[in-house]
Design a protein around this ligand. Structure first.
Ligand code: ZN
Length: 233
C-alpha cells in the first residue's frame, strides 16, 4: 500500500488506523555479471510490500541510494552516498511525517554494507531497522552458510522474485573468502581486488526453489521484527 499513490486526505484517514510507516531503502550497486544494479531496491520494495499487506502500514517512496563499497567504484553504474547524507536524508523526510502524526518508522533494507547498516541503525528512537536477510540459512543452501553477494542465496531470491531480470547464461562465479575480502568490506582498501568480478559466493548453485524457501523465511522475519518493535513504547 503505497503512500505516494494516495491523496493527502486519504493518508490522513489511513493514519487514524495505523500510525507506523515503512521506508524501503535500496542502493544502486553492481551485482556481478548476472543481476541488475537495482537488485537491492527490488528486494527492499518486495519485503516492504509484504509487511504492508500483513500490517496495514503505508509504504513510503523508496530511498534509492545507499552506501556502497569503495572497491566497487570502477564497476560501471554503481554509485554511493555518504553515511551522513543517507542519515540526513531520512532524518529530514521523516521530520515532516512525524509532524503529521506518524509514530514509528520501519526501515527495510536489503543491502549489507556495514557503513550503510550503521547509518540506518541509529537515526532516532522511533526508527527501527529491519534486515530481512538476517535469517538462519542452514539446510537451505548447498555451497554457502550465509548470505554473500550476488551469491547462491541472493541469486536464488532473484530467480524466485523476478526471473526475467536474471541473466542466467552470464552467471560466473569467483569466490573470495570472507577473511580476504574483509578489508574491502570495511572500506579499508578501496582498490578492486584483481580477481573480483562483482559477486562473492556461488551463484551457479542458485535455484528458484531455494529462493522460495529463503523468501518465505525472510517475510516471516520481517513481520516478526515489526511486531517486536511495534509494541515497544
Ligand atoms: Zn544485493
Amino acid at each position: 500500500m503505497k503512500l505516494s499513490d494516495r491523496t493527502y486526505s486519504e493518508v490522513r484517514e489511513l493514519l487514524k488506523v495505523n500510525k507506523n510507516l515503512i521506508i524501503p531503502v535500496g542502493t544502486c550497486e553492481q551485482h556481478g555479471l548476472h543481476l541488475p544494479l537495482n537488485n537491492d531496491i527490488l528486494c527492499a520494495e518486495y519485503f516492504a510490500e509484504e509487511l504492508s499487506k500483513a500490517t496495514g502500514c503505508l509504504v513510503a517512496p523508496t530511498v534509492n541510494y545507499g552506501v556502497n563499497l569503495p572497491c566497487d567504484r570502477s564497476l560501471t553504474g554503481t554509485t554511493s552516498i555518504s553515511t551522513n547524507t543517507l542519515k540526513g536524508t531520512i532524518t529530514e523526510i521523516m521530520d515532516w511525517w512525524r509532524y503529521q502524526g506518524f509514530l514509528k518508522f520501519f526501515i527495510i533494507t536489503f543491502h549489507g554494507d556495514p557503513f550503510h547498516i550503521d547509518a540506518l541503525s541509529d537515526i532516532a528512537d522511533d526508527v527501527y531497522l529491519i534486515e530481512p536477510y538476517e535469517i538462519d540459512y542452514s539446510g537451505i543452501l548447498e555451497k554457502q552458510t550465509t548470505m554473500r553477494h550476488s551469491c547462491e542465496a541472493e541469486t536464488s531470491i532473484a530467480l524466485y522474485l523476478y526471473p526475467e531480470k536474471v541473466r542466467v547464461s552470464l552467471i560466473e562465479e569467483k569466490d573470495i573468502v570472507f577473511e580476504d575480502f574483509r578489508q574491502y568490506l570495511f572500506h579499508e582498501n578501496c582498490e578492486k581486488p584483481e580477481e573480483y568480478i562483482g559477486c562473492l559466493g556461488y551463484p551457479k548453485s542458485a535455484t528458484e526453489e531455494k529462493g522460495k524457501i529463503l523468501v518465505e523465511k525472510m517475510i516471516e522475519r520481517t513481520i516478526n521484527e515489526y511486531h517486536k518493535k511495534a509494541v515497544m513504547l
